[in-house]
Write a protein that binds this ligand. Structure first.
Ligand SMILES: *[C@@H]1O[C@H](CO)[C@@H](O)[C@H](O)[C@H]1NC(C)=O
Ligand SMILES: *[C@@H]1O[C@H](CO)[C@@H](O)[C@H](O)[C@H]1NC(C)=O
Ligand SMILES: *[C@@H]1O[C@H](CO)[C@@H](O)[C@H](O)[C@H]1NC(C)=O
Ligand SMILES: *[C@@H]1O[C@H](CO)[C@@H](O)[C@H](O)[C@H]1NC(C)=O
Length: 425
């Protein structure tokens, strides 16, 4: 090989060093679980917590001094996005979308717990976070973003320290798209939801890798990237919604498909971080709960039911259940059978299906019956809302560019609360 002049080498290294500006490091947020509400939050502005909502199309906050005076024209991209952002059918507030004279642009923030919405206006804001190499925080960054400025009363029933909601849906004004646009990172994000209110999980915008430490004392850094062994499924979109739907064709208990009413799954299976436990519409709930109980008794015939512990119905005396083991109670697995591309299954074992209650004397099947709309019906409701408890201690990799989701449960020697939040250097 020819010897390169030294100046050329220097020029090349300068170019290489300058390059990362266009493919910047991913952006990291710690994820907390609120003990009172079981909602997950991230601190995005001066440590002000925002509830994460996988189905939320917007970022919204109560107005704060750091919201810059918003000057939008009706032709601005953000204003147009706000006009087309999904508005739940229950959201009836109206008003003019955009007023050219006042340079105001309307948005309709939504509280996923109370299911109320409000008329609000868009404002510019900045989020403070750290970039990451997937293992540690690197350096602090300030991320430009657009938020809807909501009235305080919209915070009802959110965690006491929450100042708004950070929507993570597949829409232009949700957090993933906004971070991707202003930090020039990939349109991908990782979510690792913590099980315990004391621990901190992680959300990383821009994609992997993800490294965690072991749960041992002292903790040891695990050298392998947890995003390298994910199972992928296509994400399905539904007209008018920016939520993430899974192409589920059947639900199985262990290896046996649950027989559901015809077209029961047509309403879709959607991911929902604001549901503490997976919600099943009653026509799906009955057969799944029945199949679980029958399958458990068939292999473990001395299992004893005990009184229900709200919000669960199916509870067992812990002394009569198989286990516990490091992988939880050895109960039948709940399987979402996924179609699309290569067939895959998302399987939930004891750690994500059984909830210990009454000081570990009982354990309940952690799926709940979906509540009807105010009119008493289920029209337009999904068949399944996959909730937080079932997704905890999983690596979830939302790839918005390829419209697919990578998922895997973490091995038992680590958890989502084992990210090393100490800065390198
Ligand atoms: C960034 O990381 C450092 C080191 O862990 C931490 O002290 C700081 O609070 C982080 N900043 C934000 C905005 O999360
Ligand atoms: C998924 O689960 C179903 C039902 O148990 C089973 O028939 C199928 O073979 C499984 N598919 C894979 C890829 O494991
Ligand atoms: C429970 O299962 C054991 C072992 O399979 C069997 O010996 C026993 O007869 C069963 N008891 C009942 C009540 O079915
Ligand atoms: C966490 O990261 C810091 C900075 O790289 C490192 O010094 C420390 O050893 C790490 N902790 C563990 C338990 O690996």
């Amino acid at each position: 090989m020819m010897d390169m002049p030294r100046w050329l080498l220097v020029a090349i290294s300068v170019l290489v060093l300058a390059w990362p500006a266009s493919c910047a490091d991913p952006v990291l947020f710690p994820v907390a679980k609120d003990a009172a509400t079981s909602l997950y939050t991230i601190p995005i502005r001066d440590g002000a917590n925002h509830v994460i909502d996988l189905a939320g199309p917007l970022l919204w906050s109560t107005c704060a001094a750091d919201h810059l005076p918003a000057k939008f024209t009706c032709q601005d991209k953000e204003c147009k996005l706000a006009a087309t952002a999904y508005r739940p059918p229950s959201c009836h507030v109206g008003g003019q979308q955009c007023t050219q004279q006042q340079q105001r642009c309307a948005a309709y923030p939504y509280n996923p717990v109370t299911r109320r919405c409000a008329a609000a206006r868009l404002a510019h804001t900045r989020l403070v976070a750290n970039t990451t190499d997937g293992a540690n925080p690197l350096r602090q960054v300030s991320v430009r973003a657009v938020a809807a400025c909501a009235p305080r009363k919209l915070l009802a029933r959110l965690p006491r320290d929450a100042a708004g909601v950070a929507g993570l849906a597949a829409s232009g004004l949700a957090l993933p798209a906004q971070v991707a646009a202003s930090q020039r990172v990939a349109g991908k994000f990782l979510l690792c939801l913590p099980r315990n209110a004391g621990g901190e999980g992680v959300a990383i915008f821009g994609g992997g890798p993800l490294f965690l430490m072991t749960s041992t004392a002292p903790p040891v850094e695990v050298a392998s990237d947890f995003t390298s062994s994910l199972t992928y499924t296509p994400l399905v979109s539904r007209r008018g919604s920016s939520s993430y739907y899974l192409p589920v064709t059947a639900i199985a208990v262990d290896t046996v498909q649950v027989s559901l009413p015809k077209d029961a799954l047509a309403g879709g299976v959607v991911l929902g971080t604001t549901a503490a436990y997976t919600e099943l519409r009653p026509d799906v709930y009955g057969p799944v709960v029945g199949a679980f109980d029958r399958t458990l008794r068939r292999s473990w015939n001395n299992t004893k039911r005990v009184a229900a512990v709200a919000p669960f119905e199916l509870c067992y005396d812990s002394k009569t259940l198989p286990g516990p083991t490091r992988i939880g109670w050895l109960v039948p697995e709940i399987v979402l059978v996924l179609e699309g591309g290569r067939k895959t299954n998302w399987t939930f074992g004891g750690l994500n299906t059984m909830v210990d209650v009454n000081g570990f004397t009982a354990a309940c099947f952690g799926f709940v019956k979906m509540k009807p709309e105010k009119n008493g019906g289920y029209g337009g409701k999904p068949a399944v809302v996959l909730g937080g408890f079932q997704m905890e201690d999983h690596v979830l990799h939302f790839d918005l560019e390829k419209r697919r989701l990578g998922f895997a449960r973490l091995p038992v020697f680590t958890s989502c609360s084992n990210f090393n939040f100490t800065r390198k250097g």
